[in-house]
Write a protein that binds this ligand. Structure first.
Ligand code: 5AD
Ligand code: SF4
Length: 473
């Protein structure tokens, strides 16, 4: 089997051609439909919403192959890790898990173990698996999710380690079965891959060329969700603002949002936005349509234009603020961001520019990270003299400020009524939980009839990360 191994290659992963993206249709081979009978799978997912949604497709395929899911790894016949590469700690978690699985496999040698997702696309990870984790049965990447049934079948017949990872620009696969986590809100991919090549980021290498799904396929999927009673869709992509650029002359994200809004799905979200491609038309469309949420996640990464340039972000602190102000002109909008501290060569002054930007924008909330060098990325080759303790201090100072503004933005909501999509029982006893249009978590008193519905909730109290309230309708 070794002769047929397909291992990742960064040269190929980096290439970007004008070749047309092929769309293929998933078909499950008849002979694979029963291989999971009386067998259980355990699936662990790391990383972003793209990965969560890939896992919904993986579950969909496994269920069509007659497998059932178990939440106990020890009970599984098939263990699959859907991994993330974004920062070092995502790696550590997945490798830690492989360590646990190694012990389990020593006791139960017939278990099939596989790894997929972004880490599978990394040369160094695959080398390490070949050296230190030979008990793994197979590895497949982000470009051939639909090979899972075939690879699993091969593994049951011949459990020797097989690597099948393609480094390529990528195709689009339609109609992969899907088993969604929620009955009320759904992820819908609109664009795969990324061509931005920010210097710190591994995603353009792990997820391939930017490629949009055809609008007809997206609208068809949303219409089916409406028919099934879904209340909310999140249109997904690494950079949703680039939607359509590779496919149409005059159809962009704003146009897609209008078409999705016309399906009458009650709520439409979109994730993640890049400031570079954010059009005025999009700002207008968010304003105009009630079912397009007043919520934008707009990663800034740094408030220093010098660092932004080194990051390859192609905007400045000033142009970010201009866009930010346009968005803030939308009533009741919530804007969140991502910020990296300790990028190679970030000075105290650069960091203070970031604090200044946060003071200017007063984000509703933010995800903050310490820079983590990623294999093969341009930034990982830059000299980095800032000690880790200094970076940790900066993260702490930044978080203090972010939390202050989160709390302020939540406090403004107290005494007012908001629509909340109720998702289920809260971890707080006797309470329900759900999210506002602006993505604020609300715990509230109310009857279980509210689950799966959009209800009106009066906000009584605010914390940094959540709100408390009670249902009034
Ligand atoms: N180190 C730290 N944070 C990173 N992110 C992306 N790459 C890195 C990295 N190498 C952060 C960015 C991005 C979010 C998803 O993860 O802030 O927006
Ligand atoms: Fe992680 Fe990025 Fe891959 Fe998502 S796309 S799983 S965040 S590396």
């Amino acid at each position: 089997m070794g002769d047929y191994m397909q291992i990742p290659n960064y040269e190929k992963a980096r290439s970007r051609s004008k070749n047309e993206v092929k769309v293929r249709d998933f078909k499950l081979n008849q002979e694979y439909k029963k291989i999971g009978l009386n067998k259980k799978f355990f699936l662990k997912t790391y990383g972003c919403q793209m990965n969560e949604h890939d896992s919904e497709n993986i579950k969909g395929m496994l269920e069509k192959m007659s497998f059932s899911e178990t939440m106990e790894m020890e009970d599984a016949d098939f263990i699959l890790l859907n991994t993330c590469s974004i920062r070092e700690n995502a790696h550590n978690k997945a490798f830690g898990m492989l360590g646990r699985i190694k012990h389990l496999k020593a006791l139960k040698p017939n278990i099939i173990v596989a790894l997929c997702g972004c880490m599978a696309q990394e040369v160094g990870v695959v080398e390490e698996i070949l050296k230190k984790y030979k008990f793994v049965n197979f590895v497949f990447g982000t470009h051939n999710l639909d090979d899972l049934p075939k690879l699993l079948d091969q593994s049951f017949k011949n459990p020797k380690l097989n690597i099948e990872v393609y480094s390529m620009e990528g195709d689009i696969v339609e109609n992969i079965p899907v088993s969604r986590v929620s009955k009320y809100k759904a992820y819908v991919n609109i664009i795969y891959g990324c061509d931005k090549f920010c210097t710190y980021c591994i995603v353009p290498y792990t997820r391939g060329k930017q490629r949009s799904r055809h609008k007809e396929d997206i609208i068809k999927e949303v219409k089916e969700l409406v028919k099934d009673g879904y209340q909310e869709v999140t249109l997904l992509g690494q950079n949703v603002n680039a939607y359509g650029k590779d496919l149409y002359d005059d159809y962009e994200l704003a146009d897609l949002l209008v078409d999705v809004a016309k399906t009458n799905i009650p709520r439409i979200r979109f994730l993640t936005s890049h400031p570079w491609d954010f059009s005025d038309k999009l700002v207008e469309v968010i304003k105009k349509y009630d079912n397009i949420v007043n919520f934008v996640h707009l990663p800034v990464q740094s408030g220093s234009s010098r660092i932004l340039k080194l990051m390859g972000r192609r905007y400045t602190s000033e142009s970010y603020k201009e866009l930010y102000d346009k968005l803030r002109s939308i009533d009741n909008i919530s804007i969140t961001t991502d910020i990296i501290v300790g990028f190679p060569g970030e000075t105290e002054e650069d960091f203070e520019d970031t604090l200044d930007l946060v003071n200017y924008c007063k984000f509703d909330s933010a995800f903050t990270f310490i820079y983590s060098p990623r294999e093969n990325t341009p930034a990982s080759k830059l000299e980095d003299k800032v000690p880790l303790e200094e970076k940790e201090q900066r993260l702490y100072r930044l978080n203090e400020l972010i939390n202050k503004y989160s709390k302020e933005s939540n406090l403004k909501m107290v005494g007012k009524t908001y629509e909340v999509l109720t998702e289920g029982y809260s971890v707080k006893e006797g309470m329900l939980f759900g999210y506002t249009e602006t993505n604020k978590l609300v715990n509230f008193k109310g009857s279980s009839d509210a689950i799966g519905k959009i209800v009106k909730v009066l906000i009584r109290d605010a914390k940094s990360f959540s709100l408390d309230g009670e249902i009034i309708e």
